[in-house]
Design a binder for this molecule. Structure first.
Ligand code: AMP
Length: 421
């Protein structure tokens, strides 16, 4: 039998309700904060990711699914969403209509990482991006929205980690300070870090290799290098969060795995997931729109890891498919013929119906109805039909009523709806 590819997975019907619920909460909440949905393709030109995420990152160096397209362009399955949304913002000149755009998207991302619990090669993210607002209040507003979203899903014990990565100006001095701090310790660093030291020393702060982590533990902090403007920006983000009662920890080692971040960077973490502790991450990327050929435009956004979030929700609320409201138990050819028509009409009118057209005993049919958790069973037999009725049984109360065949659809619908109120 052909099995699914390692690192990929199926999301089975039992779990899908949780995914849908999370998506619905995101849509409802984000719309209240002024966001609209955008959908971009999963394939983009490789150059888009190289130029945005950064050449010296794990994603671009090792993790992209890249393949030849037509006319010698390389194509890549998107490893993240921001680059695509920025491309769409520029390509469709969304800024000309209104420079301020608040966009969210939901969909799969692809990274060739080592598969393990909580880490997949196709994983799902909910992304939010805001263009055209430089104010630090926007950063705090976004983090507030994110925290409230997790609360709406009843996720306890989340921690907000916050840092400022400064602007290209103040970061220049920080990069030099990092290089000076690491230069004498090259033999303790992994080969990736040695290679990245020259162009991208900030990446070292994100390295997971134990030796590198130790070297990094007493590295200089970005906060000591922030210019006056970046410092005020960071202070205002913190004050905004304080004002809204959102607790956070300033984490001077937080750099995130993508190069485009400027100023605010944040991550939402939990202890409940073991090693893969981040459920969301984001930050400001004021330089990216211009870098990809658009106008100079500030931006800030985040990505929520849905796979890990589903796990957190499931730990508290076991899932399942929604049970049918009406199960058909019909006996005999004439009964099935009628049931076929009624089931079509009732499904069409919004009742969750289960019908399997099987010739089985009433006992066997009732057993299946019970297993599915059906609310009502419609029993249709030769005797009932002869009397122009069918029996509607409430599975919980065991109450059974006779419904007239010539008005069956309306009568059944009415009874089911009445039992809901
Ligand atoms: P990033 O795009 O790397 O900033 O990641 C944002 C969020 O996506 C992380 O906090 C994770 O929750 C989730 N995520 C990233 N990579 C994976 C993966 N390979 N498998 C599952 N979730 C992931």
């Amino acid at each position: 039998m052909i099995q699914l590819v390692r690192g990929f997975r199926d999301i089975l019907p039992d779990e899908v309700a949780v995914w849908q619920h999370i998506e619905q909460v995101a849509r409802d909440r984000f719309e209240c904060f002024g966001f609209s949905e955008i959908r971009t393709p999963v394939i983009e030109q490789t150059a888009l990711f190289q130029r945005s995420i950064g050449e010296n990152t794990d994603i671009v160096e090792k993790e992209m699914y890249t393949f030849p397209g037509s006319r010698e362009t390389l194509l890549t399955l998107r490893p993240e969403a921001t680059a695509s949304v920025v491309r769409a913002y520029i390509q469709h000149k969304l800024y000309a209509k209104d420079p301020v755009q608040k966009l969210y998207s939901i969909g799969p991302m692809f990274r060739k990482e080592r598969p393990q619990k909580g880490r997949y090669r196709q994983f799902y993210q909910i992304n939010a991006e805001v263009f055209g607002i430089e104010s630090p209040y926007m950063d705090a507003h976004l983090i507030f929205m994110l925290v409230r979203f997790f609360e709406a899903l009843d996720i306890p014990g989340l921690r907000v980690h916050l840092n400022s990565l400064g602007c290209p100006e103040c970061r220049k001095a920080y990069r030099e300070a990092l290089q000076a701090a690491f230069i004498g310790k090259m033999d303790l660093l992994c080969s990736d870090c040695v290679r990245r030291m020259d162009k991208n020393p900030l990446r070292l702060l994100d390295c997971k290799v134990p030796g590198c982590r130790e070297v990094v533990s007493d590295a200089p902090s970005m906060s000591d290098f922030l210019c006056a403007d970046c410092s005020v920006h960071f202070q205002t983000v913190r004050a905004g969060l304080d004002a809204m009662g959102v607790s956070f920890e300033v984490d001077p080692r937080l750099v995130r795995g993508l190069d485009y971040y400027t100023r605010t960077a944040f991550e939402i973490q939990t202890d409940a997931l073991g090693a893969q502790s981040a459920v969301a991450g984001g930050g400001r990327y004021d330089g990216l729109v211009a870098q990809l050929g658009g106008p100079s435009m500030p931006a800030v956004g985040f990505a929520i890891g849905m796979d890990r979030l589903v796990e957190l929700v499931l730990a508290r609320h076991p899932a399942g498919v929604r049970p049918p409201e009406l199960f058909f138990a019909a006996m005999g050819a004439a009964a099935w013929e009628w049931s076929f028509q009624w089931a079509n009409l009732l499904s069409e009118q919004g009742i969750r119906v289960e019908i399997d057209f099987s010739e089985r005993s009433l006992k066997a049919l009732m057993r299946r109805a019970d297993r599915l958790g059906a609310k009502f069973v419609l029993i249709v037999g030769e005797r009932e039909l002869a009397e122009n009725t069918a029996s509607l049984r409430h599975m919980e109360t065991k109450e059974q009523t006779a419904v007239p065949v010539d008005n069956l659809v309306a009568a059944v619908k009415e009874t089911i709806r009445a039992s809901d109120s």
